[in-house]
Design a binder for this molecule. Structure first.
Ligand code: ASP
Length: 725
């Protein structure tokens, strides 16, 4: 963060208390008096000490797409059930169905290793903006600019990763306002310790997803291991639990309405710094297309699953993720309309323009930059439909997606490491191989063929100036149903891409070797990879333009605001501050901020997704609350709301009180708040957390997990917690 910004931060507090996903550095720049007034009981440097890379934030880990946190000095990590689903699924079989039954390791030796599961523990954040900008040669055009920035980022990462077990990344904030080198320790041996049955972890399923009131026990406990000397190591029987210097003790007191909370974690992506026109396109085209294309895919997968029980299991995870994105897109659209977010952004933008115009020459570059960004936007809009379809294809038919991935890997590996696309560099190979291997569990050719058919039909309907070449080459330019069906049948009948061992071999072959295989699905994938590579190059140039233009425009926005603004989420570590509170979802209705075990029972129908497991139900019906009853609610609290500013990726984030004790785990947002990715609205900005007391009640009263409770420093009957470190 630049000096000028820093000064701004010290003199002013954020616009709304809950607004902002603050970077660790920004937390230290926010007014300590303001933080204290919010409810922070620790000195801000207990959250993060940048010199030593220590503090509570060092206990907040990235689990790859989700967040998690250490809850013991012995490497125990809490995250969401839906974030640990991969490990649970990996160890589930019809004979031992951990998805349905849940899992509890009674001793360390029983813990289940997760293939490819890793967690990253943050160590340092270094501002490298000046280094990145200096790497751009004078007079570079936008593509050259992109390439120079990309190369410098890779060099910084390579240098940073010279230390063992280190995972680094140069994160771009707001299109290039700031570049930060993120340095983390990667722990490679992660094992499942506890997962509740799916009927608890996903109670309410899709029906309750993205909404409130909620009664979901979306938690799971995993543990990180290291070599006996403490260094990060791949799975080995000799490994020992990771010694976490920083962790969040569990608060057995929980929360009540009005309490201060912080949500720490790795929010994925938000779009609040987009121009109004850029936002408008997401509302007018992007989310409607998600609804359309993914909605169709969901129907096709469900229909195929109906006819084949094994197929139904295979597509379960793809279907779950499609549903999540599909419903999210509905929430984005509803929230954008209801909150008039584009209109608000336009008004805010107009205000900055008016202000900058009055500022004369000082801001003329900012205004020009905004105009140029708009021109870029209009240019990219011309091929929106093709680009969208190509972009989303990886989520649709898995056969072509795997073929494309293998082909792209082979094309990229022909280049020197630093010239490849970042996701195909050598450092990514173990991850790529894991995912190519794991994909086998999710394959169901009958469903896949239907998805490919729908994709081809859509591609063939594209305008002549936005064609997908691979589709034209392999399927012809116009749609004839029986021809497409016959062609797809032939692709699937004669391919080895869907055979795990062959696919793994392909992952190590050159493009010439892949071509020589004369595998028709692979040939289609290779051509699709070329379409994607061409689109990537166009996008690279656009990103080069954005990195030139957006910082100039954002400088005007920030100067006009006169108060600290947190950057858009970009999967880096952030902190949000909030209060436990309910909200008014619509005229005449008020939602309370907490739900209870009794409320969970009331929802029980005996059928999915409201089918509480018998033991849990019996314990709840007998009102065996143990010490986990909330004195106000006279019941065990299940979930609670706060107005902390979160998004996707914050799943599994520790929700902690002012002393740094864990009071819950974030897992979702309410329906009215899905569109907060485009703007924070304090009236409806609510994130959904599972109350730590629901976890403790489950461990204590339902699972009899005494050893685990002891390890968590919670004594049955009389809860005791240690001081936060
Ligand atoms: N459910 C989301 C996730 O999985 C969290 C959110 O979007 O609020 O990351």
């Amino acid at each position: 963060m630049k000096k000028t910004l820093l000064l701004l931060c010290l003199v002013a507090a954020p616009a709304f208390a809950g607004e902002g996903k603050w970077t660790p550095q920004q937390v230290l720049e926010l007014s300590p008096a303001w933080l204290k007034a919010q409810g922070l009981k620790l000195p801000p440097n207990k959250l993060w000490d940048p010199k030593r890379g220590t503090g509570l934030l060092a206990g907040t880990v990235n689990t790859g797409g989700c967040s998690g946190s250490f809850i013991s000095a012995t490497g125990l990590i809490i995250t969401n059930h839906h974030c640990a689903f991969g490990i649970i699924q990996e160890h589930s079989s019809p004979q031992r169905d951990l998805i349905t039954g849940g899992f509890l390791a009674k001793a360390g030796a029983e813990e289940l290793p997760g293939k490819g599961s890793r967690v990253q523990v943050p160590r340092a954040f270094t501002d490298v903006t000046a280094k990145i900008n200096a790497a751009v040669p004078p007079g570079a055009d936008d593509l050259a600019r992109y390439k120079a920035v990309d190369r410098k980022q890779k060099e910084l990462v390579a240098e940073c990763e010279k230390r063992p077990a280190t995972r680094c990344q140069v994160a771009t904030f707001d299109g290039g306002v700031n570049y930060t080198l993120v340095d983390a320790v990667e722990l490679q041996d992660v094992r499942l310790v506890y997962a509740p049955p799916r009927a608890v972890g996903e109670y309410g399923g899709e029906e309750d997803n993205w909404s409130w009131p909620r009664h979901t026990g979306d938690f799971a406990i995993i543990r990180a291991y290291t070599a006996p000397d403490g260094s990060s190591a791949a799975y080995s029987e000799k490994n020992v639990p990771y010694k976490a210097e920083f962790f969040f003790p569990l608060s057995t007191q929980g929360v009540k309405p009005g309490d201060f909370v912080m949500v720490l974690g790795y929010p994925g992506m938000t779009y609040r710094t987009l121009l109004a026109d850029e936002m408008a396109e997401r509302q007018a085209r992007y989310y409607p297309r998600i609804r359309d294309v993914l909605g169709e895919a969901i129907s096709l997968l469900e229909a195929a699953g109906e006819k084949d029980p094994a197929g139904k299991i295979a597509v379960a995870s793809q279907l779950k993720s499609l549903h999540n994105v599909y419903k999210n897109a509905g929430g984005q659209l509803a929230g954008m309309r209801r909150g008039q977010l584009v209109e608000k952004q336009r008004a805010a933008e107009d205000a900055v323009v008016g202000w900058a115009q009055k500022g004369g020459a000082k801001w003329s570059d900012a205004l020009k930059a905004r105009d140029a960004l708009l021109t870029e936007q209009q240019a990219s809009a011309k091929t929106f439909e093709r680009d969208f379809l190509l972009g989303v294809s990886g989520r649709l038919a898995q056969g072509p997606a795997l073929a494309t991935r293998v082909a792209r890997l082979s094309m990229e590996r022909a280049k020197p490491d630093l010239e490849r696309r970042p996701e195909y560099m050598d450092r990514e190979l173990p991850r790529i191989k894991d995912s190519l291997e794991r994909a086998q569990k999710n394959l169901f050719p009958a469903a896949d063929k239907a998805l490919l058919h729908a994709f081809v039909k859509r591609a063939q309907a594209l305008r002549p100036d936005e064609r997908i070449q691979a589709v034209d080459t392999h399927f012809g330019k116009s749609y004839v149903e029986k021809d497409v069906t016959a062609k797809i049948d032939a692709l699937y009948a004669n391919t080895k891409v869907l055979t795990q061992a062959e696919r793994m071999k392909m992952a190590g072959e050159t493009p010439a070797q892949l071509t020589a295989r004369k595998d028709p699905l692979l040939a289609f994938g290779m051509d699709l990879a070329k379409d994607q590579a061409a689109l990537d190059e166009v996008r690279d140039r656009r990103q080069g333009a954005a990195s030139r233009l957006r910082p100039a425009w954002r400088a005007a926005v920030m100067a006009q605001a006169g108060k600290p603004i947190a950057p858009d989420a970009n999967s880096t570590l952030r902190v949000s501050f909030g209060k436990v509170q309910g909200y008014t979802p619509r005229d005449g209705a008020v939602y309370l901020p907490q739900t209870t075990l009794t409320g969970m029972l009331q929802k029980h129908t005996g059928e999915e997704p409201f089918n509480a497991p018998p033991k849990l139900r019996a314990t709840a019906e007998a009102k065996k609350f143990g010490p986990w009853v909330d004195p106000r609610l006279k019941d065990v609290p299940v979930d609670f709301l706060s107005d902390a500013d979160t998004t996707g990726g914050n799943s599994g984030s520790p929700t902690v009180n002012g002393k740094g004790e864990l009071v819950g785990v974030n897992f979702d947002r309410v329906w009215e708040n899905v569109a907060n990715d485009f703007g924070y609205n304090p009236d409806v900005a609510r994130n959904v957390n599972v109350d730590v007391r629901y976890l403790l009640w489950n461990l204590d009263q339902v699972e009899d997990a005494d050893a685990l409770l002891r390890e968590l420093n919670v004594r049955k009957g009389s809860p005791v917690v240690k001081e936060a470190r």
